[in-house]
Write a new protein. Structure first.
Length: 198
């Protein structure tokens, strides 16, 4: 997805625990492209330290469903069947593109596939660990989730990995080699920039 002012849509997905958020933070620090992080909306409770409008747009169930009914989301899904919804606000993405920004969506695979259907020219990048065993180790090392939650995340990861070939690019974030993953994503974005002469 692009427009006459040079905006591009970038989709980044990967299993929970793959390290995509940390990798993307470093990509934003290093890239010279006009990257803009799209802020997702969610119905989940705001956690300590999170800032509304920066980490997420925190909405009530009613607010979220009203936006959904109006078609204001580019994509939205209930994640992990926990009753919490997440979505990408269409106008936030479009306004960034109109301003010539490279709008980056860090969204789950289900949402990404929906966006790719609507915008097949989007730059899609799948960030993955070197193995499921490594992913399980990372999830357990967090010490923040129950055994049931870890099993659910691993099952979701298998589903997501089965669909990784639908992305234009795949980047492995191997343990201890995050800088390489950051470089690879920066290289992908630079190559795409050269293709469109921006």
């Amino acid at each position: 997805m692009s427009d006459s002012s040079g905006g591009r849509l970038v989709i980044v997905s990967g299993p929970s625990g793959a390290g995509k958020t940390t990798v993307l933070r470093k990509v934003f620090e290093r890239s010279r492209l006009p990257l803009l992080a799209s802020v997702s909306a969610t119905t989940r409770p705001q956690r300590p330290g999170e800032v509304d409008g920066v980490d997420y747009h925190f909405l009530s169930e009613r607010e979220f469903q009203l936006l959904r009914e109006r078609g204001d989301f580019l994509e939205c899904f209930e994640v992990f069947r926990r009753g919490h919804w997440y979505g990408t606000l269409r106008e936030e993405v479009l306004s960034g593109l109109r301003a010539g920004k490279w709008v980056v969506l860090e969204i789950d695979v289900q949402g990404a596939l929906a966006v790719m259907q609507e915008y097949p020219r989007a730059i899609s990048i799948f960030v993955e660990p070197e193995s499921l065993d490594e992913l399980e180790r990372r999830l357990r090392d967090r010490k923040t989730e129950t055994e049931e939650a870890i099993r659910r995340r691993l099952a979701q990861a298998r589903w997501e990995l089965d669909r990784a070939d639908r992305y234009r690019y795949r980047v492995v974030n191997a343990n201890g080699e995050m800088d390489r993953a950051v470089r690879e994503i920066c290289d992908v974005l630079n190559q795409e920039s050269e293709k469109c002469g921006k």
